[in-house]
Design a protein around this ligand. Structure first.
Ligand code: MTE
Length: 332
């Protein structure tokens, strides 16, 4: 297996390129897919100073696809600076502190990568990620990510619709849900070692089939124009922008289509606190804190950037109909 060593470049050199690339892609390729669009504000991409930040070009086979990805959906909000996106993470397989994934995931092997597809599909099997990605077109989408812990960020992902991936395996009529599973590897993932592990591994998540097929549901393979950093879930992870961040499972090794609702890690760990649906909802509080507002990162004591949380994280026009008739206080 290859060890992907990130290149080191000063953050001051990354961000102007991102501004340039994003603007160029936006101007050339914005296709208008029903969401509000705005030019990316330069202030959102300002450098964080002289800190040396790694970039992640990714495997050779992925690079041309990443560079060719047009920008198709842009959140109206300011994009988070690169350093915030790659150093403030939740990835319990590498530890429970926000800095652990950045500090401990840099040697994580993510190429080559295999994905096992099983359950209610006509074409089950173990697939090479490279072969799966060869069949899809990549696009850049700037989405809000709202963590259940009441912080949020705006992230320029590169990926493809989950629906276009699932169609490759020909789901049967019995497929009602999709289950996703993260890698278990104690050698590489220090958070999985030890007697008192933070969670039961593997980390799993699930979506209803119509949520999985929704055009906003993304499988991300990159961010900020490059491949996904290991701490953000390389080589590929789910991004469901209208749900709390814990649904957006990282470093996926298995996808199973099922007739019944799959188990989801946080829902299993604390069912009274984390539901299976986990739709962002300012009116349904977490038992221990309010969900009415959020801290938009990067924030500080002097500039806490507290903003109102939006229903379905601002994507209600696109997704509210998926839940019509459901009591969202019960199905939180
Ligand atoms: N996926 C796995 N496998 N393990 C995790 O601990 N954390 C989740 C989600 N996906 C997590 C995961 C949570 S709580 C959040 S908020 C997002 O990843 C954070 O994504 P980011 O670190 O890229 O911002």
């Amino acid at each position: 297996m290859l060890i992907q060593k990130p290149n080191k470049i000063p953050s001051s050199e990354i961000t102007p390129e991102s501004v340039y690339l994003n603007r160029r892609r936006f101007m050339q390729a914005f296709a208008g897919v029903g969401l509000a669009a705005a030019a990316l504000p330069a202030s959102a991409l300002l450098s964080s100073g002289d800190t040396e930040l790694p970039i992640y070009p990714g495997p050779n086979w992925l690079q041309p696809k990443l560079k060719a990805a047009p920008t198709t959906i842009v959140a109206e909000d300011d994009v988070a600076p690169y350093d915030a996106v790659i150093t403030h993470n939740n990835f319990y397989e590498f530890g429970t502190k926000k800095s652990d994934p950045f500090e401990k995931a840099q040697e994580f092997n993510t190429d080559p990568w295999k994905v096992e597809v099983s359950g209610e599909v006509e074409s089950p099997g173990v697939y090479n990620l490279e072969d799966l990605i060869a069949k899809v077109d990549l696009e850049e989408r700037v989405y809000r990510l709202r963590c259940v812990e009441a912080w949020s960020m705006v992230i320029p992902w590169i990926g493809f619709e989950l629906g276009s991936l699932l169609k490759q395996f020909n789901p049967t009529s019995k497929a009602k849900y999709v289950e996703f599973v993260t890698l278990v590897d104690k050698e590489q993932m220090p958070g999985q070692r030890g007697f008192f592990s933070s969670l039961d591994w593997p980390y799993t998540e699930g979506l209803r089939m119509d949520e999985a097929m929704h055009p906003l549901t993304l499988m991300a393979v990159g961010l900020y124009g490059n491949s996904l950093p290991p701490q953000n879930g390389a080589p590929f992870r789910l991004v469901v922008p209208w749900k709390y961040g814990f649904k957006s499972i990282k470093s996926i090794v298995a996808i199973r289509l099922t007739e019944t609702m799959p188990k989801a890690t946080w829902n299993q760990t604390a069912p009274g606190e984390y539901g299976f649906y986990a739709n962002v909802n300012p009116k349904v509080d977490h038992p221990r804190w309010s969900q009415a507002t959020e801290r938009r990162l990067p924030a500080s004591l002097l500039n806490p950037r507290i903003i109102d949380t939006q229903m379905f994280n601002g994507y209600a026009d696109e997704v509210a109909s998926l839940y019509s008739g459901m009591d969202l206080t019960k199905w939180y």
